[in-house]
Design a protein around this ligand. Structure first.
Ligand SMILES: Nc1ncnc2c1ncn2[C@@H]1O[C@H](COP(=O)(O)OP(=O)(O)OP(=O)(O)O)[C@@H](O)[C@H]1O
Ligand SMILES: [Mg+2]
Length: 214
């Protein structure tokens, strides 16, 4: 079982959107579970609107995280995707600690880049593999390159960028992932690239860690 935590202190960066959309893809081929750690429960709200069986979602408080993860393992889930609140809370530290890999979404603005620092530091302190993902970007332009350079000084930047597209908002409103809402669309294509990149990177890093320990 692999655990991926979507985390940043910055509100509205795209944690929930990435977690749900990646989980929908993961759930097409494997057993995927979303753990909603956010008291605002926007992931749970989305789940209530869904009819599909997969992915599964459970809302948990931070104190329930260890138990929820051991239950997920016993139930045979392949992937657990943790959606976290946009504030620094005990639950966010617990979610980083539990992760095999952390995804830190960030919009390409100076304010967002700055607000990412405490999260990047927390991840570093806990020595967790992580990557930044640029979200809600314009389709192209210097702003993206500048943000990539800035984040690149802090760690790995995912080469897949998530563009600002209404499909993300409309799919969320319908209780769907973009892969279901608009299967041939651009959002579906970039989320598929993102998920494949995350899985490949996570497996590589995990393998390296296991080899080092051995
Ligand atoms: N790529 C995108 N294109 C368009 N809208 C987006 C995109 N990503 C996210 N949004 C919208 O931006 C808003 C914030 O996104 P989201 O809820 O995923 O952020 P969050 O980091 O989970 O926020 P919070 O910190 O409040 O939990 C939502 O309304 C969402 O639909
Ligand atoms: Mg959220």
């Amino acid at each position: 079982m692999r655990i991926i935590t979507f985390i940043t202190q910055k509100g509205g960066a795209g944690k929930t959107t990435l977690a749900l959309n990646c989980a929908v893809l993961a759930g097409q081929k494997k057993a995927a579970l979303i753990l909603d750690l956010d008291p605002q429960a926007s992931a749970e709200g989305w789940y209530q609107d869904r009819e599909a069986e997969a992915p599964r979602l459970v809302k948990v408080g931070s104190w329930q995280l260890p138990e929820a993860l051991s239950n997920a393992k016993a139930a045979g889930f392949d992937y657990v995707l943790i959606d976290t609140p946009g504030r620094d809370e005990p639950s966010t530290t617990a979610a980083i600690r539990a992760a095999d890999f952390c995804i830190v979404p960030c919009r390409p603005t100076p304010v967002d880049l700055k607000a990412t620092l405490p999260t990047a530091e927390a991840i570093k302190r806990l020595a967790k593999p992580a990557a930044f993902v640029l979200t809600q970007t314009p389709p192209r332009g210097g702003r993206i390159t500048e943000a990539e350079m800035g984040l690149g000084m802090l760690g790995i930047v995912c080469p897949v960028r998530i563009v600002a597209r209404t499909a993300y908002q409309d799919a969320h409103g319908a209780g769907l992932g973009v892969a279901e809402f608009e299967p041939g669309g651009k959002a579906a294509a970039e989320i598929a690239q993102l998920w494949h990149w995350i899985v490949r990177k996570m497996e590589k890093v995990t393998h390296e860690q296991e080899t080092n320990v051995a």
